[in-house]
Design a protein around this ligand. Structure first.
Ligand code: 13P
Ligand code: SF4
Length: 354
């Protein structure tokens, strides 16, 4: 069980035995029972940077999902080993764009005569293969905290952007932050011939959005925003940009997990907030800020945890730490050198964004 004192003690002892050899990273969506053992917590951008800044740690234990562990492997040295405590901790959004589908999409863009104007921008939430594709074609990675700068940069390199794989982050950033219109965006459906688009539509589009989404954030609705405004007069609605465009348009504030935490830290006592992001984080923030008289509620009680983030639990963490302490390397995430080379190019472009 999460509060099992035996497991807590075992995790503590294994971590102590490993000392500086291990560095534990925890994404904000992780369970409390796991977060308590993280050396740093952060959003996906901060964790990517922090992983790269620890060359002395032999093992990076990544409490998060598969694409984050891959990114950490790409950004760390070859001697460092990245461990994901449960290999089944994937991300359904990242799985919505495969290397084959994206290669096919590039053929479609080439056929339509637009490929040479297109710069790919891929959300961090994508496989290393997709990041490598992005690097090979002169594009950059982005996260929810730098998507605006990534799009601005990409529009300096070319006339069109292929945004992968989250249609919502792509659309929200283009419309909300860059002032583009919904008509500038088209949706590429990898399950339809030619993405379901005509060559004419591709020639007119400025943003070609991949038809992917987050199964958690995609469930927040405009009704949940209206309901909470009715229930809690004066409430501030703050949502993650993986939410649908209508939800983002109905909210008061939009930002990454790190932004959400900072906004609540800066909020005055007595203020009320409804948060549309993953439940582990919202609960932790509600508990943390209750003492400062800030009322924090979950935007929609019918939305569940991210099931893959939740796979990393205390028993898996204990197993990973104890194995490493006994000199047994388990669950290593290792990107092959050819993929790594180009994926790194795309990630480094992101890290160099102004
Ligand atoms: P950020 O931590 O970058 O806000 O991303 C949220 C997310 O869904 C990660 O999977
Ligand atoms: Fe993927 Fe959504 Fe879970 Fe983030 S919250 S890991 S995008 S499924």
């Amino acid at each position: 069980s999460p509060s099992d004192p035996d497991l807590v003690e075992r995790a503590r002892a294994a971590k102590e035995k490993l000392g500086d050899k291990v560095f534990v990273l925890g994404h904000h969506y992780q369970r409390d029972e796991v977060i308590q053992f993280a050396d740093v917590t952060g959003d996906s951008f901060k964790l990517a940077r922090d992983a790269a800044a620890r060359p002395e740690a032999e093992y990076i234990v990544f409490c998060g999902v598969h694409f984050m562990a891959e990114s950490a492997d790409i950004l760390t040295t070859d001697d460092q080993k990245v461990v994901l405590p449960d290999l089944a901790a994937g991300c359904s959004m990242a799985d919505m764009a495969t290397a084959e589908q994206v290669a096919e999409c590039w053929d479609v863009l080439t056929e339509a005569g637009v490929a040479d104007q297109v710069v790919p921008v891929s959300y961090m939430n994508s496989s290393a293969d997709i990041k490598a594709f992005t690097g090979r074609h002169g594009g950059t990675i982005c996260t929810s905290s730098n998507a605006e700068r990534a799009l601005e940069w990409a529009f300096e390199q070319g006339e069109k952007i292929l945004f992968l794989p989250d249609q919502h982050l792509g659309r929200n950033t283009a419309v909300r932050d860059l002032g583009m219109s919904l008509e500038d965006c088209v949706l590429y459906n990898p399950h339809k011939p030619n993405g379901g688009l005509t060559a004419e539509e591709l020639r007119h589009a400025k943003m070609i959005l991949w038809r992917g989404h987050c199964s958690v954030h995609g469930r927040f609705s405009v009704e949940s925003v209206n309901d909470v405004r009715e229930r809690i007069p004066g409430v501030n609605v703050l949502v993650h940009p993986e939410c649908r465009h209508e939800v983002v348009a109905a909210a008061d504030y939009v930002g990454s997990t790190e932004y959400i935490i900072k906004a609540l830290e800066a909020a005055p006592a007595g203020s009320k907030w409804a948060i549309g992001t993953e439940l582990n984080l919202v609960r932790r923030l509600a508990n943390r800020f209750a003492a400062e008289d800030k009322e924090i509620v979950f935007l929609d009680k019918t939305v569940c945890f991210c099931s893959t983030m939740n796979r990393i639990d205390l028993p898996h963490l204990v197993w990973a730490l104890e194995s490493l302490a006994e000199g047994k390397l388990i669950n290593r995430i290792e990107v092959d050198p050819e993929t790594e080379k180009y994926a790194k190019l795309a990630l480094e472009r992101m890290l160099a964004l102004p």
